[in-house]
Design a protein. Structure first.
Length: 239
């Protein structure tokens, strides 16, 4: 019975991995890019981050808002970001007359617009949407969340498959036998690396589920705080 259980777990581990592998790879790749968002975006779009000349007196926020409303037909300001660093620009996100979000970078000393782009055209907005929703909106979020859930199952099932029948074989499971055949080395590397990265990957997959499923997020709140809270938004602040 135990042998049959492990066999069934192995089959699920294999086929679910094949089915969700591409989605998990996209999530991992885009997530890795997002980690370096500030460094990458600052390198390719420096006009959104720093002024060329640091002045002595800054324009007021009201001045910048009025200028955008008059000169660029911005009807609604949704976010304003200011920074204590004197070299940083003011970043403002607003909606124009067509209700399309526009992102502005403004020199706080002159009030001059240094850069402007539709919010949806920003590279990291695209990457974030791909990471969370596969560019498919709510449907993509469900697909990504389901794949994340499958990945969590794969990690747990992989640990079950990895666990040795006897404690004396534990050392063997913790190392790669490099002198063996390619098939054996490949298997050892897969199972050994999976064991050492198990906890980190499980935490990543479980926290990722909070962005996809409200029921999971509410469950975490209930377990940790005793009550379910309203799901937080999916927006991110620019750096």
């Amino acid at each position: 019975m135990k042998k049959g259980f492990k066999k069934n777990i192995g089959l699920l581990h294999l086929w679910l991995g094949l089915g969700s592998g591409l989605i998990v790879f996209i999530a991992a790749l885009t997530g890795s890019i997002l980690v370096f968002e500030k460094e990458i975006d600052k390198a390719i779009n420096p006009e959104y981050y720093n002024v060329t000349t640091i002045g002595t007196t800054k324009k007021t926020i009201d001045y910048c808002v009025d200028m955008l409303q008059k000169e660029h037909s911005i009807k609604k300001i949704t976010r304003i970001y200011t920074f204590s660093d004197p070299s940083r620009t003011i970043q403002i996100l607003g909606k124009d007359s067509d209700k399309k979000a526009q992102f502005f970078s403004i020199d706080p000393y002159t009030g001059k617009i240094l850069a402007q782009t539709p919010q949806e055209s920003r590279f990291f907005v695209f990457v974030l949407s791909l990471h969370r929703e596969l560019l498919l909106g709510e449907t993509g979020s469900i697909i990504m969340g389901t794949s994340c859930l499958i990945f969590a199952f794969m990690l747990i099932s992989g640990m079950i498959l990895w666990w040795p029948k006897k404690i004396k074989n534990l050392k063997q499971r913790l190392t790669v036998k490099w002198s063996a055949s390619f098939k054996r080395v490949n298997w050892d590397f897969h199972s050994t690396f999976g064991f050492y990265s198990f906890l980190i990957l499980l935490i990543i997959s479980l926290t990722g589920l909070s962005f996809a499923f409200t029921w999971f997020q509410n469950g975490v709140y209930f377990l940790t705080e005793g009550n379910a809270k309203k799901a937080f938004g999916k927006s991110r602040k620019p750096n």
